[in-house]
Design a protein around this ligand. Sequence first.
Ligand code: H2U
Length: 346
Amino acid sequence: MPKILSEQPHRRYNILTGEWILVSPHRTKRPWQGKTEKSATDQRPIYDPNCYLCPTNTRANGAVNEDYKSTFAFTNDFGAILMDGPQVNYNEGLLKAESEQGICKVICFSPDHSLTLPQMEVDAITDVVKLWKNEYAALGAMEAINHVQIFENKGDIMGCSNPHPHGQIWAQSTIPEEPRKKTATQLAYYQKNGRSLLGDYLQQELESKERIVLENEDFVALVPFWATWPYEAMIIPRKHYTNIGELNASEERSFAAIIKGLTIKFDNLFEVSFPYSAGIHQAPTHNKEHAEWHFHMSFYPPLLRSATVKKFMVGYEMFGNPQRDITAEMAAKSLRELPQIHYSHQ
Ligand code: H2U
């Protein structure tokens, strides 16, 4: 990569969203006098009688969780979107509103309250992958559902309401903004070149190696060239799969293994349970072919300098566009060089 990109201010293009990000590598030389201390280690019991996600416990609305042994999914008791309800179609001058139908689900990754994804066994994470596949297929097959968003909020800094290992799914009738942008860019590329945009991007990344964090037989984890969050990363399948439903049994396990590997590196970076929002972007589920789509999982972690110093998306970033100081290459190098064994076992 030209030295100018590691030293001079410039902007980088996000091929998936069609948006730009400002990169200011020269600012990494500025002195830092802020906080850098580690946060307290989080010790949790295997079972917490007050947790609304632990097996057999009663949730806020009175429902009782199954005595589940691996994963458990239920409809969110406080879902942001609902399946039934009166139709909204409001057009008044310049004011416009319309209905949104859908289902929100909560996905418990493990019955063990003390765990996080990086601490779980690959087999147990494979069960989570299988559950994601089942939910994507079942929700996506519903007449009213055209998009299924699988995600995880991890850590209270990300607004996560409970440390029990869990994620969510919001499935809805319209295609939300981020996947809508990604559908347009991937479709334009596919129509022009007859190939997957992310597949070609992955080839370029594999040749340069500069932003690769780790790889296995079926997946590559890398810091994208256009990363916004300091340690943002992306897991891309080597094959051009439009959705997770296309993974076979051994690929499900590879997916689980690379999720574990990447999240271990995240935890090892500041020796803390690393907060993030992670989500899987994949083909919409309406009755249209989406050969252009190449599914991927993105991790947006907010931490910048230590277990407690977070990046804020404020000021110029609210009024202009996102900006970062450390380059994607610096972040990838730091992550790549970290041990593959969780710091709690080192
Ligand atoms: P977080 O991933 O942000 O922690 O959200 C957990 C979800 O669990 C949240 O959306 C739901 C909340 O509505 N929840 C229930 O469905 N039942 C409960 O008893 C408590 C929380």
